[in-house]
Every structure is written in C-alpha cells, then in structure tokens.
Design a binder for this molecule. Structure first.
Ligand SMILES: O=C(O)CCC(=O)C(=O)O
Length: 292
C-alpha cells in the first residue's frame, strides 16, 4: 500500500485551488468537479466514432507501453475505435489524444470547465485509451488537471525531489523526461536509489479529477474497458518552479530536450506539411500521448 493523494469533496474555487494546490505544488483528487457535464453520461467510444467517423487521427501505438511522441500511425478514428473496443492484445497498446477543438459540437457536453480552473485558456485535450494501457513514468513542465469522463485510471506519483531516484533518461535522448526505472519491477542493482523513492497513489473514477503539478513524476494505468479523460494543461509561472531546486533542474533538463529534439522536429514537420502533396489531406492536427 502506498500513501494516497489527498482528496477533496468541496468544489474548490479558483483562488483557493491556486493558493493551496497549484502554487503549493500539491496534487489533489477532486471528487465532483463537473457535476453538470452531460459527457459523463453520453461519452463513450461509439459516440466518438459516430461523431468523428473517418476523420484522421494519430494513434500512439506501442509494444512496450512507452508512448513515444508522435510515433503513432495515422488512421481513421473509426479504425482506432474498432481496435480499442475489440480488446487490443496485451502489449500492443494504443491511445488517441485529440485537441478539444476537434470535437466540434461534442465539446459542449464537457462544458463549463471545472470552476477550479484559474487559467483562461488552458490547452485542452481528450484522451482515449484501452484497458491495460500504461503511460509510463515521466514528468511535464505544465500543471495538468485531468477529468475522468469514462472508465477509471490509477495514478502513481513521485515528488519532483525524487528525480535522482527515478533515473531520468539522458537529456541527449528524445525521451529524456521519462524515467528509466520500471516502477512495478525495479531492477535495484541497476537503480539502487529507487528504493528510497516515495510513491503516492490515487484511483480516479469517472466524474472525478486529479491535479498533477508541474514536475511531479507520474505513471498512469487505464483500468476501464474504455477510458476517456479531458486534460487541461497550463504553464504556471507562479508555481514552485523557481523555489523547488529539483523543479528548476527538471525545467532546464526538459528545455534542453525540447530545443534539441522537439522544436527542430516540429519545424521540420511544418515545412513538410506546407508542401502541396501533404496539404491534400494527409495532415492531422491530433497528436499522440506524450505530445505536449
Ligand atoms: O492519462 C494518461 O494515461 C496520462 C496522462 C498524462 O501523463 C498527462 O496528462 O500528463
């Protein structure tokens, strides 16, 4: 048993959320943050398939459960839905991560945003994942509030100060913001410091939300047969970035990786995308799981 992430049943107002959680770099589970969303009753993979049909999406696919940035294949949403619903073999995991704008009128069913949100225009994405999908251990430099709409996810979290015990990948490799330790079967000979890392856990059911502050390492397990969640992401200049030395260090680490791998690839993709051939319907605005 691992210590639990604190939970709150009160509908946190934005100022209180910002003070007690976002600025304080304190994760929390919100029990009932979006009581008015009709998405809680209406969203499922079939509803998305009916709405998106053959629209092209990028499916993050992986044999080893590590979802690599934009490493997925392009396919119609309906073919993803079929795969997701037909019990994808264990080991072949797939996720779709769509910008909220791609949902068109369906987005109204996930509105208004939680009153807790204190930022005006967070990046908003919808994730769909099959049972057993695992987003492996990594950190982000943005705060994220994830509302579980359908299914259940288990979240394992580690404080930013545990970064040395989680053995971040080399900053000279694209997945540098991932840890190297398999937290469920750690090789303590290779990663002895991991033994002292403190894991926290939360199970987040449909209708609940979890807040994960920037720099907190997380590994996420999709437990429902269909898992749909809405992710609000923002950079919080008032967070602890400058006060938690490990967060400052992670910021530099990630900035180096971004400069070296992410932005050159984005620029390259933009240049390729502006060619006439790619413009004739071969483009997708969606991104896979680690694209943030
Ligand atoms: O929901 C998941 O599987 C992972 C989400 C995540 O890592 C994130 O939103 O930062």
């Amino acid at each position: 048993m691992f210590p639990s992430i604190p939970r709150t049943t009160s509908l946190l107002e934005a100022a209180e959320f910002e003070r007690n959680y976002s600025r304080a770099s304190q994760p929390v589970v919100l029990e009932n943050p979006v009581p008015d969303w009709s998405a809680l009753a209406d969203w499922n993979v079939d509803a998305f398939a009916a709405h998106l049909g053959d629209a092209e999406v990028v499916i993050g696919l992986s044999d080893d459960a590590v979802f690599r940035e934009n490493s997925g294949e392009r396919a119609s949403f309906s073919s993803f839905a079929q795969r997701l619903l037909s019990d994808m073999p264990v080991g072949k995991k797939g996720v779709v991560n769509l910008p909220m704008e791609r949902l068109g009128s369906m987005a109204e069913q996930a509105s208004p945003p939680p009153s807790t949100l204190h930022v005006k225009s967070p990046i908003t994405q919808v994730w769909l994942s099959p049972c057993n999908a695992i987003t492996t251990l990594h950190y982000d430099l943005s705060d994220v509030l994830v509302v579980q709409v359908k299914g259940t996810k288990r979240w394992s979290l580690y404080h930013p100060n545990d970064w040395r015990r989680l053995y971040p990948r080399s900053m000279f490799k694209p997945l540098g913001y991932h840890g190297r330790v398999d937290i469920d079967a750690p090789d303590l000979k290779r990663f002895p410091r991991f033994e002292a890392a403190q894991r926290f856990e939360a199970v987040v059911e449909a209708g609940q939300a979890i807040f994960v502050p920037a720099g907190w390492w997380h590994q996420v397990y999709s437990l429902g047969s269909e898992n749909i969640s809405v992710h609000y992401r923002w950079v919080n200049p008032a967070s602890q970035t400058l006060r938690i030395p490990s967060l400052l260090r992670l910021t530099l680490h990630n900035a180096f990786i971004d400069l070296r791998f992410r932005y050159p690839r984005q620029i390259w993709r933009k240049l390729r995308g502006s060619r006439p051939q790619a413009a004739s319907g071969n483009r997708s605005s969606s991104q896979t799981s680690q694209s943030r």
